[in-house]
Design a binder for this molecule. Structure first.
Ligand SMILES: Cc1ncc(COP(=O)(O)O)c(C=O)c1O
Length: 353
């Protein structure tokens, strides 16, 4: 007998994207923001006092809750702070799912969901997207205790309209968690559904739009009834005092945030066109990455060749994704260097050798 529960013994665990030690690389593999966080974050960091570290933090992170409520047009009671969006996924699955209370989600999607289901030992009902990545009808009738819809979806970048998600929320008997980790780069979001539906949790992350992946900060927006249940499950001090202060500062600087997001969206359009011109099939993305399908040759070989040139993109050798590369939108220079490298690889047959 092993030391761990059977499902933990069997689990392979989540495989995060490669984090190279070197800094002089082009890192387009984990959807970080290529721009620095707001200067207001660093000013706030300079103002951190020893007392803020000596004492335990506010368990609810109220300074952040108030700021997030203001930005989203809701009340602080609608907000729960999390140690990254991943913390919320883990809390929600632990709070809602068990052996008899399944989790459901469309696939392909964020590969953490099945890992968390396995650790919680709950059934995972996977409903395939069709080739247009529209909302799969059967998702409404799984009977799952928790349904997760990643919107914009990763790794496809596709987007489902809010009115369709509202209709789904109305049909489900369980909770609907809309994973909006990438919504800063889309045209609309689901926050209004929280007021309309008592079963909707919206997940937000500061890792993408706010350039704070290293800080580990995300949050839930939901009806206070749902927030109360989630709070029972979270660690008492799941976000630290420095993170609460810096995350609130980042939200306060909406000008900086919007400037970076708009730039990334413009560069996403350019990169999509350039990749298409090189022969990749690239669906329209609503996130800070694109999914490029290799029409001939091997995506795996291109991934290796790029890595040899210190350009890192994401590749999964799994059915449905093995002919595709997920590429985060970098700075203009980084995107240009990527395109130049791809031209070189394709012209030398490096995608086939
Ligand atoms: C779809 C999706 N959801 C949630 C997260 C969690 O982000 P974080 O924990 O960095 O806030 C990620 C991170 O890449 C993601 O891709």
């Amino acid at each position: 007998m092993g030391y761990f529960r059977d499902n933990v013994e069997r689990a392979e665990g989540y495989m995060p994207g490669f984090q190279p030690k070197a800094t002089d690389v082009i890192k387009l593999n984990t959807n970080e923001n290529p721009y620095e966080p707001s200067p207001w974050v660093f000013k706030t960091m300079d103002g951190i006092r020893p007392e803020q570290l000596r004492r335990y933090p506010d368990p609810l992170g109220n300074a952040f809750r108030e700021m997030a409520a203001l930005i989203n047009g809701v009340q602080p009671e609608n907000i729960m702070c999390c140690n990254g969006g991943d913390d919320l996924l883990s809390i929600a699955i632990r709070a809602i799912c068990d052996e008899r209370r399944p989790l459901a989600y469309p696939v392909p999607t964020y590969s953490l969901y099945p890992v968390l289901a396995q650790l919680q030992n709950c059934p995972a009902i996977e409903i395939p997207f069709d080739e247009t990545f529209g909302l799969p009808g059967p998702l409404a009738t799984t009977g799952a205790a928790l349904t997760i819809l990643c919107n914009p979806n990763a790794p496809t970048g596709s987007f489902i309209r809010v009115e369709e998600i509202a209709a789904l929320a109305g049909k489900l008997t369980g909770v609907l968690l809309v994973d909006e980790a990438y919504v800063d780069f889309a045209e609309e979001n689901c926050v209004a559904l929280v007021k309309e539906f008592g079963n909707v949790i919206v997940l937000r992350s500061l890792s993408k739009g706010y350039s704070l992946a290293g800080l580990r900060f995300g949050y839930a927006i939901a009806d206070p009834g749902l927030i109360e249940g989630l709070l029972k499950v979270k660690d008492s001090y799941n976000v630290d005092a420095v993170a609460i202060a810096l995350a609130a500062a980042a939200l306060e600087d909406q000008d900086c945030f919007r400037g970076h997001v708009e730039k990334i969206k413009r560069d996403r359009t350019v990169l999509t066109q350039q990749l298409r011109a090189l022969g990749f099939a690239v669906p329209e993305s609503h996130a800070n990455f694109v999914l490029a399908q290799v029409k001939s040759g091997s995506a795996g070989r291109i991934h290796e060749e790029l890595a040899r040139q210190n350009i890192f993109v994401r590749y999964w050798n799994v059915p449905g994704l093995s002919d595709k590369l997920r590429i985060s939108i970098g700075t203009e220079d980084q995107n240009e260097l990527l395109i130049a490298a791809l031209k070189g690889i394709l012209s030398e047959g490096g995608d086939k050798s």
